[in-house]
Each structure stands twice: as C-alpha cells, then as structure tokens.
Design a protein around this ligand. Sequence first.
Ligand code: NAD
Ligand code: G6P
Ligand code: MN
Length: 441
Amino acid sequence: MKKQSIVIAGGGSTYTPGIVMMLLDNLDKFPIATLKLYDNDPERQGVLAKALELVLKEKAPDIAFSYTTDPREAFENIDFCMAHIRTGQYRMRELDEKIPLKYGVLGQETCGPGGIAYGMRSIGDMIELIDYMEKYSPNAWMLNYSNPAAIVAEACRVLRPKAKVINMCDMPVGTLRRMSQIIHKEPKELTVNYFGLNHFGWWTSVRDTEGHEYLSEIREYVAEHGYLTQIEVDTQHMDQSWQETHKKAKDLLAVAPEFLPNTYLKYYLYPDYVVEHANPEYTRANEVMAGREKQVFDAARKIVATGSFREGDFHIDNHALFIVDLARAIAFNTGERMLLIVENNGAIANFRADAMVEVPCIVGSSGPEPLCQGTIPTFHRGMMEQQVAVEKLIVEAWVEGSYQKMWQALTLSKTVPSAKVAKELLDELIEVNREFWPELH
Ligand code: NAD
Ligand code: G6P
Ligand code: MN
C-alpha cells in the first residue's frame, strides 16, 4: 500500500485531533507518509498543532508532521486535503444563530437564514482551497466537511465542476449508529437506501448482511423514542440539545411515516417549536464554545504544558471514522458504499438532474458512483424542490452579487414567514457579514 500524504485544512478545527487520532488508529489500513495542518489563523492552529506534534512523536514518529499558514507548503505533494474550515469562526456562527431569533425566526448553523449567511461566507474560501489544491497537487482529492455542505456542494458544481472534491456529512453515519443500537447490530453490518439533500433526507431501507429489512422495526422504535438510545460512549451529538433533537425525530416521522427522517428536518417541519425552545442569549454556538471547543483546546494546552499525552485526552468520533473510510476507498479502490453529496443526474428519478443530492454511492479510485434510488413521493419531493431552489439561489446570488436573489432565497426558505421578514433579516445579515460576503447590488 502506498503511503499517503495529507493536509487537513482548518487545522485549528475542534475536529482536527479526532481525525488525527482516527488516522493513527488506522495506519495498517491507510498508511501515512506526511501529515500537514493548514489554517489561516496561526494562533488557533498552533495550540492544537503543538499538542499533536507531541502525540505523533510518541505514537507514529515515522510520519513527517508539520503545520503552516502558507498555501504552497500546505498543498504541495499531497494525495488528500481533508477540509473542515469555518469561515468567520464561532464568532460569526453565534451571529447566524442569534440574529434570526430577533425576528422570531430560528437560528441554526446550516439551516434557515443562519445557514444561508454561512453559505455566503463559505463559498469564496472553499473555492480558494480548491484552487490551491489544483495548483500545487493537481491529482489530489478534497474530502470536504466544511459547512453548509449543501451550499458548498452546489457552489462546487457551478464554479469548479471538474474539481476532485467530494462533499459529505456525518449525520447519516451518526444516526445509523443509533439505528444499529435499536436493532442490536453493528453499523458496518448495515446497508441503507437514502434520498434527499444534505441535512434534508430520508432512509427508505436499512438491511443487514443477510438482506433482512429493518425499516418497520426501527420506525416503531422511532415513533415512540425518536433516535434516543443508550449510547454512552463520549462522542459527538451527546449534549442535551442534541438529545432533544434525537428525540424530536418521532414528530418528524409522524408527518411522513413511510421513511425514517434525518434529524435536521425538524428545522423545516417544526420551526415554531425550535424558536419557542431557543434561548436568544445562549445558542448552540455558546454551548459549543463552552463545551467541545473548551475541552479540545484545554486538552491540547495540557499536553503541551506537561509534555505528555494520555489516551483519552483526544477522542475519535464518527466524523473522523467516515473521512478515513472515504479516503481509503479512493486511495485503494475499495468500492465501499457510502452516503455522499453528488449531482443527481437521475439518481432520484423524479427530481431535477442538476440538484446536489445525498444518496448512497459506491466509491472507488475514480470517485463516487451514485446508486439509483428510484422515484420519491410528492410530499418529500415538494419539500426538496423548495429547499434546493433556496440553495441554488444563494449560489447565483454569490456569483452575480445579486441582492434580489438573496432576498428570494430567504423568502423561499420554509423557515422564514414572509418576504418582509426576509428583507429585514437580509439587511441585518449584510451589515454583519461585510468582510465575508461579496457586495450585493
Ligand atoms: P472551528 O471553528 O473549530 O474550526 C474551523 C477552522 O477553520 C478554524 O481554525 C478556522 O481558523 C479555520 N479557517 C477558517 N477559514 C479558513 C480558511 N479560509 N482557510 C483555512 N482555514 C480556515 O469549527 P468546527 O466546529 O471544528 O467545525 C469545522 C467545520 O466542520 C465547520 O464548517 C463545521 O460546520 C464542519 N462540520 C461538518 C460536518 C458535516 O457533517 N459535514 C460535521 C462536523 C463539522
Ligand atoms: C452534525 C452535522 C454537521 C454539523 C454538526 C454540528 O454532525 O452533520 O454538519 O456541523 O452536527 O454540531 P455542533 O456540535 O457544532 O452543533
Ligand atoms: Mn452535516
């Protein structure tokens, strides 16, 4: 097996240590020659990088490790860029979540006006990363987690259609883990069918290795408990607010009981509930800053201060697991089946061909090949048509600098009650996003 060279873009991400730990755990299956971190915030990245340098020295001294803010150094001689950047950092996420609440609209990282604002910030930075990769390592692949993945994926389709970029999400993997608990299986034993957009989809089948179908059994459980299970391992999606989200899946199922819903549908089906349960002074961004961010950065500072690393300081999470499986599939042509965000082109037969959809794909060294999911019902299709139009309008607005299209995107979002509120929101979002958004006219 050829040893791989990797750059993690967004080296200062709270998820970087988890990905590195996962890479170290899989060196027998995915050997690594070089590991680099790249970020545009040297202080933030430096804290994690100094700790990871010690970890690597101890656990894998043969890997050449470095960190940089220089694009050339970062992107030269790589096989993969694993990207998880956050343009504007948590400071802007907090505003994305708090500004809509002032107008009685939900505030969320990737859904509704917050997600739209974040999308307008992410597009330029993601295109910049792709261009660096294509300039310095034209054969490399980018595995992208950076959000909002739906909008980033549409921007890639429109602006860099030939680029070797795969956009993906860990929510289906995380929820499948919960499903596997419900039916007493391991996630790797299960094969699913699924259709939708990113953070906007449904499972239509969950089968085991013998082909037994578990959809109705899982539906019965979800109708009562949502996806709440006894997962006790310290990992992602465990905070109280996430537990509420897992539980709320039962109300999502009630609306369209034939398929199992992605938890993110709560923002579109029950926006009023989400607003009523929000604290405008303390949103998820505050929870993350006080929780995951603090834990990860405290652990890194401790490792550097004591000069030693203890197992358990950094955790492997399902976010990391998925990204390593995907990299392996491309590097070694494993033909693994995974849910990815790809251009529809008939995978969902009665949905627009030019939509970026999330469906199962077979992944090999030439990238993902989508599997046909057949036709979908009117309800699901209607919701998806509306949402995909929002995502397309945002990218058009970014490309054209169009105020009108941004206003339309916000107006069309199922989370916003009227064109009036959409306009008020847009005007405030423009003000706070001046340094990140293109100028709109
Ligand atoms: P974070 O703020 O801790 O990390 C992001 C890092 O990116 C920061 O260190 C920041 O300085 C850096 N950055 C910002 N712009 C950059 C640029 N142009 N070039 C290089 N680096 C840049 O955020 P986080 O909570 O760890 O999340 C990271 C990203 O991963 C977010 O976009 C988040 O939404 C995404 N994410 C996606 C999924 C998924 O399902 N697709 C799952 C988890 C996280
Ligand atoms: C899930 C989603 C990601 C999202 C993350 C937010 O994993 O799939 O797209 O970024 O949740 O988690 P957080 O803990 O930052 O709110
Ligand atoms: Mn996601």
